[in-house]
Write a protein that binds this ligand. Structure first.
Ligand SMILES: N[C@@H](CCC(=O)N[C@@H](CS)C(=O)NCC(=O)O)C(=O)O
Length: 223
């Protein structure tokens, strides 16, 4: 039996979705973020030293890192499903998006979250305008232009294929869901808007996506 160590409102939602798409048996151990810091509880460190979610345990095997978990589940339990045929252009795109999500897209999305929250942190009254000025400068000159480039790139890629790897839905779409949902939460993307918004609407309509939401509990990405 596969166990998913699931943190609320987190990347592990996509692991639940993958398991639902594959129709595998699994159990969920729930963890709640600290209401102030939004960090995971220390109990997660007992499963993996970094204490981040997702982590899965399958018998005596523990796998962390979303992309590695997706590969482990698709390659080991997928029976050829949700993955393009080896050696095809679709398979190269599949590998690319599996890495791109966490390697290229999430860093500026995370920076956007961190810098937009800086002015809301407790600090001395006189320091607040300075902190806000610095955060705004970093956001407008460094982070937002990067997010714009990524968003235009994704829009143009989805103009060429219905799904990220090509004409078929694959686990690369599941890996990319957290990125596109983060764009919807804090990158100005609206459901149904353009190719990216239409893709978001299509994934939200999938039965397995909805079942995974029921298993994972409320899912609202941080803004
Ligand atoms: N690149 C990692 C990122 C893992 C990660 O940062 N997870 C977040 C949840 S979205 C987390 O556990 N945050 C709580 C914390 O850092 O304490 C992956 O894709 O698995």
């Amino acid at each position: 039996m596969i166990t998913v160590h699931h943190l609320n409102n987190s990347r592990s939602q996509r692991v639940l979705w993958l398991l639902e798409e594959l129709g595998l048996d699994y159990e969920v151990v729930h963890y709640q973020r600290d209401a102030k810091t939004m960090l995971a509880p220390a109990a997660l460190r007992r499963i993996h030293p970094l204490g981040k979610s997702p982590v899965i345990v399958d018998g005596d095997i523990t796998v962390a890192e979303s992309g590695a978990i997706i590969e482990y589940l698709v390659d080991g339990h997928g029976k050829g499903r949700l993955k393009p045929k080896p050696g095809t252009p679709a398979q190269r795109r599949y590998t690319y998006w599996l890495h791109y999500a966490e390697g290229s897209a999430m860093p500026p999305l995370l920076m956007s979250l961190v810098f937009s929250r800086i002015p809301k942190q407790p600090m001395p009254f006189l320091v607040r305008p300075i902190a806000r000025g610095i955060a705004d400068k970093v956001l407008t000159t460094f982070i937002e232009p990067q997010l714009k480039t990524h968003r235009e790139y994704l829009e143009s890629e989805l103009g060429q294929h219905e799904w990220f790897a090509g004409s078929e839905f694959t686990a690369a779409d599941i890996q990319m869901s957290f990125v596109v949902e983060a764009f919807a939460a804090r990158g100005g993307l609206k459901n149904g808007e353009g190719k990216l918004g239409a893709w978001l609407q299509r994934i939200h309509e999938r039965a397995a996506y909805r079942r995974a939401l029921e298993k994972g509990g409320p899912y609202e990405l941080l803004r």
